[in-house]
Design a protein around this ligand. Structure first.
Ligand code: PLP
Length: 401
C-alpha cells in the first residue's frame, strides 16, 4: 500500500459527463459505442489479475486461459451458426474488416483481380479497398439506392465480369438501413465471388447466422453490443483461402498472430449471449423510444428530414435539419446534455459531408447536416422526450443565430 501511495497516478474523471444544466447527459450514441454491461464486466474480471495466464503457456495458468478462450470461441460460433474453428479473434471491427478484404482478395486473386464494394461501407472497408486498388486490384463501387440500400441491379450488372470478392454490410452504421444480404449472397454464389458481410453494426440487435444468408466472411465487434472495446472476430468459412494480415505467432490457427486477449474474448462471448437472449425485449423497447423521438422531431422541427428508408436497425435515427450544419447541431446538443454524432463517430471534427448520405444522392448540404441519434437498452421514455425537446430548442436557436 505504501508503494502504491508513492506512485503518482493521472487524475481520472469518475463521474459521468453532464450538460450545462448539471443533469447527467442523455447518451444517444450507441452506434458509436455502448457501455460494458455489468454482467459482462463481472465475467471478464477474473481474467485480468487471477487467471491471467497466456493462453499458449503449457502450465495450469495457460490452461485456464485457453479454456476460457475456447469456451468463448465455442459460444460465439454457436450464436452465429458457425463452427468454432471458423471464428478468428481480432482487435476489433476495423482489423476484422481490413483482414477480410486484404486477406481474401490477395488469396483469391486467381478468381479475378477485381473487388466490388458497397459505396456506403464503413471506412474500415473502404480504406482497405483503397489499399487493394494501390496493389493493382480493380475496385468498383456498388451504388446505393436513394433509400440507402445496396443497388442489386447494379450489383448484378457488375458481377457479369469476374470478381473475387464482394463487400456489402449487414446494416449501415449511419442510417441503420438493413441491407439486402440474402440477395447479395445469392448473386455472389451464382457468380463465384466470395461474400464478405460487415455485421459490426447489426450484431446485437439483428439475429446473425452465417448460413442464412450464406456468407464466406463476416465481422463483428464487441463494443457495439455492450462488450469491451478492442475485441472483435472474423468468421471465415471453412475452405476459404485466406492470407494472414498480422504475421507473428501460431495463434488463431496460424492466421492471426498475437497473444489472445482472454478477458476481451470472454467479454465478447458474454455480451453476444445476452444480446441474443434479450434481443426481442431490447429491440421492442429501443424501437419504441426511437419512433417516439422521430415523431416528435418531424412534428416540431420545420425542415427536419429523416435520412434512410425501409427496414432499419431499431435504435438509429439519422436526421438532416435544413440550413443547419450537423457539427453545429451536435455542439449545441452536447452543451445541452445530449450526446449524438455526425454520421459515423470517426468523421467527427471533419466538416466533410457523409459519404453514406452522398451515396444516397442527397445534396452536399444535406449530407453535411446529418446527425445520428442512436438509442440503447438503458435509455428511457424521459430520455427520448427530453432529447427531442433539446433538438427542437437547438434548431430554433441555430436558425435565429
Ligand atoms: N464497421 C462498422 C459498420 C462499424 O460501425 C464500425 C464502428 O464504428 C466498424 C466497422 C469498426 O469497428 P471497431 O470500432 O471495432 O474498429
Amino acid at each position: 500500500a505504501d508503494d502504491d501511495r508513492r506512485i503518482r497516478r493521472p487524475r481520472r474523471v469518475q463521474v459521468p459527463p453532464r450538460g450545462v444544466r448539471g443533469e447527467k447527459m442523455i447518451y444517444l450514441d450507441h452506434a458509436a459505442t455502448t457501455p460494458v454491461d455489468g454482467r459482462v464486466l463481472r465475467e471478464m474480471l477474473p481474467y485480468f489479475a487471477e487467471n491471467f495466464g497466456n493462453a499458449d503457456s503449457l502450465h495450469a495458468y495457460g490452461r485456464r486461459g485457453v479454456a476460457a478462450a475456447d469456451a468463448a470461441r465455442d459460444e460465439i460460433a454457436s450464436l452465429l451458426g458457425a463452427k468454432p474453428q471458423e471464428i478468428y479473434f481480432t482487435s476489433g471491427g476495423t482489423e476484422a474488416d481490413n483482414w477480410a478484404l486484404l486477406g481474401a482478395a490477395r488469396a483469391n486473386a486467381a478468381r479475378g483481380k477485381r473487388v466490388l464494394v458497397f459505396a456506403a461501407e464503413h471506412h474500415a472497408v473502404l480504406a482497405a479497398a483503397g489499399a487493394l486498388r494501390a496493389e493493382g486490384f480493380a475496385v468498383e463501387e456498388i451504388p446505393s439506392t436513394a433509400e440507402g440500400a445496396a443497388d442489386l441491379n447494379a450489383l448484378e450488372a457488375l458481377l457479369r465480369r469476374p470478381a473475387c470478392l464482394v463487400a456489402v454490410m449487414a446494416a449501415n452504421n449511419e442510417t441503420g438501413v438493413l441491407q439486402p444480404t440474402a440477395e447479395v449472397s445469392r448473386l455472389c454464389r451464382a457468380h463465384g465471388a466470395l461474400y464478405f458481410c460487415d455485421a459490426v453494426q447489426a450484431a446485437g440487435s439483428e439475429k446473425l447466422d452465417v448460413n442464412v444468408p450464406h456468407a464466406d466472411l463476416l465481422s463483428i465487434s464487441a463494443h457495439k453490443f455492450y462488450g469491451p472495446k478492442g475485441a472483435g472476430a472474423l468468421y471465415i468459412r471453412t475452405g476459404t483461402r485466406m492470407q494472414p494480415l498480422i504475421a507473428g505467432g501460431h495463434q488463431e490457427r496460424g492466421l492471426r498472430g498475437g497473444t489472445t486477449n482472454v478477458p476481451a474474448v470472454v467479454g465478447m462471448a458474454a455480451a453476444l449471449r445476452y444480446a441474443a437472449a434479450e434481443r426481442e425485449q431490447n429491440n421492442a423497447k429501443v424501437r419504441a423510444l426511437r419512433d417516439a423521438f422521430i415523431a416528435r422531431i418531424l412534428a416540431s422541427v420545420a425542415g427536419a428530414q429523416l435520412n434512410g428508408r425501409g427496414e432499419r436497425l431499431p435504435g438509429i435515427a439519422n436526421f438532416s435539419f435544413e440550413g443547419i450544419a450537423g457539427a453545429a447541431m451536435l455542439q449545441r446538443l452536447d452543451l445541452a446534455g445530449v450526446a449524438a454524432s455526425v454520421g459515423a463517430a470517426c468523421s467527427c471534427g471533419s466538416a466533410q459531408p457523409s459519404h453514406v448520405l452522398l451515396a444516397m444522392g442527397l445534396s452536399p448540404e444535406r449530407a453535411a447536416g446529418g446527425v445520428r441519434f442512436s438509442f440503447g437498452k438503458d435509455n428511457t421514455d424521459a430520455d427520448a422526450a427530453a432529447a427531442a425537446e433539446e433538438v427542437v430548442r437547438a434548431a430554433k436557436e441555430l436558425r435565429r443565430s
